[in-house]
Design a protein around this ligand. Structure first.
Ligand code: C2E
Ligand code: MG
Ligand code: MG
Ligand code: MG
Length: 280
């Protein structure tokens, strides 16, 4: 649901430990164990170049297979990892696995896909983040321009800090995406302060765009805003062909969603690459 509409404070979502009925401390220690035992996995979700219909890159999405409770969504455990500082080692695991996965895809003849990795605000304030990312990308021999960091818009509280991180990324040739654009509290008045390369439009906008002309008008306006700011536009949550066709008409650059492909493991992608089915 959209947050931050109107004057009401958003209600606090249920925490992971509340939902699972285990203590936060126990869950935290289980996450720590999972991390040490490589019990976290990466899902890679394809992004399609809307014009060519080709898969241009992937977003890395972390997965936790809890021994007793099965898969736990990152929407839940990332919040827990952010409360503790576990998000820093979790983020490093994701960065390593993402770089390594792309290197494997390149080896297997998948061209040179980009990879987008989510980073939490908590990681941004951790010194040396960008330098460590650069070292990993170089070790995996990824061209730096194929690495994109996704920063969630609603997590941007300190514009100076995020601005510095973006400048540092650019100095090293890494791109930055503003994720979940338009949800959470509106930062439109401050948008010009962030020199991001990619605007990711949240699925809350694409969901109704085909059925509701007003929703379509909003997506169109965001695409134009992105273009005016010289950013690439990614629209998330693309689940139907009519949505994809509308995005093609609007001149959106990349589409991401279940229509294009669900997040899959590297092994799944290597076994069944899903060739460009949506040729433009
Ligand atoms: P996000 O970065 O906005 O990622 C997109 C989310 O939308 C993913 O959920 C993805 O599986 C889901 N999605 C993709 N296409 C569709 C679609 O067509 N329909 C619907 N209904 N959903 C779709 P996921 O994997 O559960 O991740 C949730 C959030 O958790 C992410 O949102 C991101 O903010 C965070 N997250 C995921 N991995 C990481 C990570 O490694 N580090 C950090 N800090 N956060 C992460
Ligand atoms: Mg993201
Ligand atoms: Mg997003
Ligand atoms: Mg989202």
């Amino acid at each position: 649901a959209l947050q931050g509409q109107g004057v009401e404070a958003p209600t606090a979502p249920m925490t992971t430990s509340e939902r699972l009925g285990v203590s936060k401390i126990r869950l935290e220690s289980q996450l720590r164990e999972a991390l040490a035992a490589r019990g976290l996995e990466l899902g890679l979700q394809p992004l399609m170049d809307v014009d060519s219909g080709r898969i241009a890159g992937y977003e890395a999405l972390v997965r936790w297979h809890h021994p007793e409770r099965g898969p736990i969504s990152p929407a839940e455990f990332v919040a827990l990892a952010e409360e503790t500082s576990l998000i820093v080692p979790v983020g490093e695991y994701v960065m390593d696995a993402a770089c390594e996965s792309v290197a494997r895809l390149v080896e297997a003849g998948h061209g040179q896909p980009f990879v987008a990795v989510n980073v939490s605000a908590r990681q941004l304030s951790h010194p040396g983040l960008v330098e460590r990312i650069v070292a990993r990308a170089d070790a995996a021999r990824l061209p730096r321009g194929t690495l994109k960091l996704e920063i969630t818009e609603s997590q941007v509280l300190d514009y100076d800090l995020v601005g510095e991180v973006i400048a540092l990324c650019h100095a090293h040739g890494i791109k930055v995406a503003l994720d979940d654009f338009g949800t959470g509290y509106s930062h439109l008045a401050h948008l010009h302060r962030l020199d991001f390369d990619v605007l990711k439009v949240d699925q809350a906008f694409s969901r109704n765009m085909v059925a509701d002309p007003r929703a379509m008008a909003v997506v169109e306006a965001i695409v134009q805003l992105g273009r005016a700011l010289q950013a690439e536009i990614v629209v998330e949550g693309v689940e139907t062909r009519p949505q994809l066709e509308a995005l093609r008409r609007l001149g959106c650059h990349y589409a991401q969603g279940y229509l294009i492909g669900r997040p899959r493991t590297l092994a799944q992608i290597l076994a069944d690459p899903v060739p460009g089915r949506f040729g433009g």
